[in-house]
Design a protein around this ligand. Structure first.
Ligand SMILES: [Zn+2]
Length: 281
């Protein structure tokens, strides 16, 4: 009996199949028990377009808007900021052959990520930041948000507790008139709040309006009738309207899950993939 108690005390939680922070990997199974509903994150930039000052500028806006988005139910604690250059350097011979019309080495570098690393940029960034300044706080983090110049399919995505979004965004790079779009701070924050939702195990809302084969008009009408159309997790929301005076938050269906399932899981150190998640229409 004594031996069993001893083993239970010394065995790392991870060996029991339970993990609570980013040190153990990208998908910790449980929340670290806590006194109050605070979500602890790291905010990082991967690439060469932004510097740490850009993260410093955007951090208060992210905190303010995330807390508004959750109706004040969850506080956001940004534990650390960090910037790293790309690990994977572009191959000029390959890129000049594929994209003779692009001369800017920074664009070539960003597009090279699309060609080679793509969605794996998430695990690459997780590993690189683990070895860097911010990685020293991985044991305190619920999630890591990465803004990156690396291009991939989609505007942003999350896997477990890691999320990525693009800044800048390369548009139509296969043609000579392609361009580089600098995303506004408000739009980056909108995307990050959406991804934060995923890192809290929330799915998309209004998915009934994204069925394959629907026409644009059918989608529009469906969105119009969707109760969660303005939820930050909805593809119905009009991202183009996001700005200094406009943002999207979690609507009643998601707020209910936040207060009844997610916050109790955080406070009690329960499973991250909460049971009883419902679909918000
Ligand atoms: Zn999403």
């Amino acid at each position: 009996m004594k031996i069993l108690i001893f083993l239970a005390l010394v065995l790392p939680l991870s060996l029991l199949g339970k993990s609570t922070n980013l040190n153990s990997g990208m998908r910790p199974t449980h929340y670290q028990k806590r006194e109050s509903a605070t979500f602890n994150i790291g905010l990082a930039y991967y690439g060469d377009f932004w510097k740490e000052d850009d993260l410093r500028r955007i951090a208060p806006l992210l905190k303010e808007r995330f807390e508004l988005a959750t109706n004040g139910l969850i506080k956001l604690n940004i534990i650390g900021l960090d910037v790293l250059s790309f690990k994977t350097k572009y191959d000029p011979i390959f890129m000049n052959k594929e994209y003779p019309h692009i001369k800017d080495p920074e664009r070539l570098q960003r597009i090279f990520y699309y060609e080679t690393v793509n969605a794996k940029v998430m695990s690459e960034a997780y590993e690189e930041f683990k070895k860097s300044k911010i990685g020293k706080s991985y044991h305190l983090m619920d999630a890591l948000l990465v803004i990156t110049g690396a291009q991939f399919e989609g505007l942003g995505f999350a896997n477990g507790r890691i999320a990525v979004t693009e800044q800048p965004r390369e548009i139509a790079w296969a043609i000579p008139s392609g361009r580089t779009e600098i995303v506004s701070d408000e739009s980056i924050v909108d995307e990050l709040i959406h991804e934060l939702g995923h890192t809290m195990f929330l799915g998309h809302t209004s998915t009934q309006c994204q069925k394959p084969g629907m026409t644009l008009e059918q989608k529009r009408q469906c969105c119009e009738a969707s109760p969660s159309k303005n939820d930050v997790m909805s593809y119905c929301r009009s991202r183009g309207s996001v700005g200094q005076d406009q943002m999207f938050g979690f609507e009643s269906c998601n707020l209910e899950m936040i207060s009844q399932l997610i916050i109790p899981a955080m406070l009690k150190g329960k499973r991250w993939n909460i049971r009883g998640r419902k679909r918000c229409l």
